[in-house]
Ligand binder design. Structure first.
Ligand SMILES: [Zn+2]
Length: 171
């Protein structure tokens, strides 16, 4: 399964920030490009490029080699984008989302919820008793909410994600 460029961009933005996308465009399909060349090609200051590279490196989206500049005595870093990492990260993000969704499902199943008719607040039973069943924002009376639809919605989202994660692990 190959990812579309939009899917790839979404994963990269989520783990490293949307601002790195321009730099990734410059990095893609090449190997061992010096950070100075990157700064030049991405038309950014070297400090900004370095910051973006570190964020990409944090998620193993880039790797580097370094060489000592014999005349100046300092190291120059050469960077390569790790294409194959994007898929793993995508699966990882899905697993994280699954954990969160399961926590939410658990909360929905274990609690009763109370909703303001103006939709400014949604409180648990404990919170609603604290405010005497009045909305903390507009003081309207709160109504108990039937959250079956919410539960069903979360459950189907979990099902879809679990299936996707299984497929990704097979490939
Ligand atoms: Zn309200």
């Amino acid at each position: 399964m190959t990812l579309t460029s939009k899917e790839i961009d979404t994963v990269i933005s989520e783990v490293a920030g949307e601002d790195v996308l321009e730099l990734v465009k410059v990095l893609k399909g090449k190997r061992n490009i010096s950070e100075f060349k990157l700064a030049q090609d991405a038309k950014q200051e070297i400090n900004i490029i370095r910051n973006q590279l570190y964020r990409l490196y944090d998620s193993n989206l880039v790797s580097f080699t370094r060489k000592k500049d014999k005349q100046k005595g300092w190291y120059i870093y050469y960077w390569t984008f790790n294409d194959g990492r994007v898929k793993d990260l995508r699966t990882l993000l899905k697993k994280k989302r699954l954990v969160k969704l399961k926590e939410r499902l658990d909360k929905e199943q274990k609690n009763q919820f109370f909703l303001c008719k103006n939709a400014c607040s949604r409180l648990t039973f404990e919170q609603a008793t604290d405010t005497y069943y009045k909305c903390p924002e507009c003081a309207s009376l709160l109504n108990q909410q039937d959250n079956l639809k919410t539960i069903n919605h979360i459950q189907s989202e979990i099902e879809i994600l679990e299936k996707e994660v299984r497929i990704n692990q097979k490939n």
